[in-house]
Write a protein that binds this ligand. Structure first.
Ligand code: AQP
Length: 331
């Protein structure tokens, strides 16, 4: 069975973008692949997080993983810091990554272009840690939204470089980017990705938003003057984004939705989008509540960490022997 790995960094509450671009695919894939899904808590601290809030976000994220349908019997669900091998391999991967490669990473470049002050060195070097997260498990596939593709490409380069230098060690992973929903955009500025760190909160739907708030955000989503429901990302980016959201959730092809709305107004269309999104999020929230009350999170993480550690430990040991830093015989 081929192996798949992915993760989310809960620097805030998880969003509809995380769900449509990543989480729901993890759930679909867990029957077909040996699935490893982790919470990237180390990646969260590349920027300051208020500790109590971070702790809440991490717990909520695990509960949401389960609420969205990840099954601990089928998937290995764990916390990044419960497998210290990942951070150790991360340092080794940093030593095999060139500064020029990190300078070219979009997220770092964007922060520099915006003139952000006090960018941490953790922010600069997190891509090789992400590579280690993936390579520790010999993942064949990494399902990601469009924005994360560059990181998987760097991981591939690093795996190939290491294999060439030290002999066959790592599986070279493939990114899997969905055709629809790989980049859900902000409802207020459809030229930007829907992000947890949305400054106004209005452009981003959080999975734990009150449903009345979700409806309000969709009804006030930015549209255009064209007055027709059409998929045209260039000229009608707001409407196209809503079409993608609806199609992702219902499975109805975008063409068919547009045909149903021929001659109808945006108000009616937005109302259906809001109904569909609220129904989907409502189901997730009901399961989230049950999970939080059940107290199963600790056990899920404990079991997941044990399984993940077993795999990661063997890989790190192999890597350390190959590069010559391991001198003891270990069982
Ligand atoms: N808007 C999105 N559309 C589609 N996919 C998305 N993903 C995130 N936002 C969207 C996908 O979710 C997975 C986990 O991403 P992440 O939360 O770990 O990191 P991110 O992409 O940096 O998320 P944010 O919300 O934009 O974080 P902030 O605001 O902190 O920078 C990935 O597969 C990602 O592609």
């Amino acid at each position: 069975m081929k192996r798949m790995l992915s993760g989310i960094k809960p620097t805030g509450q998880l969003t509809l973008g995380n769900y449509l671009g990543a989480l729901r695919h993890f759930v679909e894939y867990q029957d077909e692949y040996e699935m490893f899904v982790f919470i990237a808590n180390l990646h969260c601290v590349t920027e300051y997080q208020e500790p109590a809030q971070l702790k809440k976000n991490l717990k909520d994220a695990i509960a949401l993983y389960l609420a969205c349908g990840l099954d601990p019997e089928k998937s290995v669900i764990f916390l990044q810091t419960d497998v210290m091998e990942q951070a150790q391999l991360g340092f080794i991967m940093m030593c095999n990554t060139y500064m020029g490669e990190l300078n070219r990473m979009t997220q770092f470049k964007d922060k520099c272009a915006k003139g952000e002050k006090n960018i941490t060195s953790g922010m600069f070097v997190y891509p090789p840690l992400m590579a280690a997260d993936i390579l520790c498990y010999d993942a064949d596939y990494v399902p990601v939204g469009e924005d994360q593709k560059q990181h998987v490409e760097l991981t591939r380069d690093l795996a190939i470089r290491f294999n060439n230098k030290y002999g066959e060690t790592f599986t070279v992973p493939e990114p899997l980017v969905a055709k629809v929903g790989a980049r859900i955009m902000s409802l207020q500025d459809p030229s930007k990705k829907m992000s947890k760190s949305d400054e106004t909160n209005k452009g981003c739907i959080y999975l734990l938003d009150d449903l009345a708030v979700v409806r309000k955000k969709i009804m006030s989503a930015v549209t255009d003057m064209c007055a027709c429901v059409r998929y045209d990302k260039e000229n009608q980016s707001g409407i196209s984004n809503l079409l993608e959201i609806m199609s992702c959730i219902t499975g109805e092809p975008i063409d068919s939705i547009c045909a149903r709305y021929e001659g109808k107004g945006y108000g009616e269309f937005k109302k259906e989008v809001a109904d569909v999104v609220c129904e989907e999020i409502g189901k997730i929230q009901a399961r989230y509540k049950e999970i939080m009350e059940s107290g199963i999170i600790e056990k899920v993480l404990e079991d997941g960490a044990k399984k993940a550690r077993y795999v990661a430990h063997k890989k790190l040991d192999k890597v350390q022997r190959k590069i010559g830093i391991e001198i003891r015989k270990r069982s």
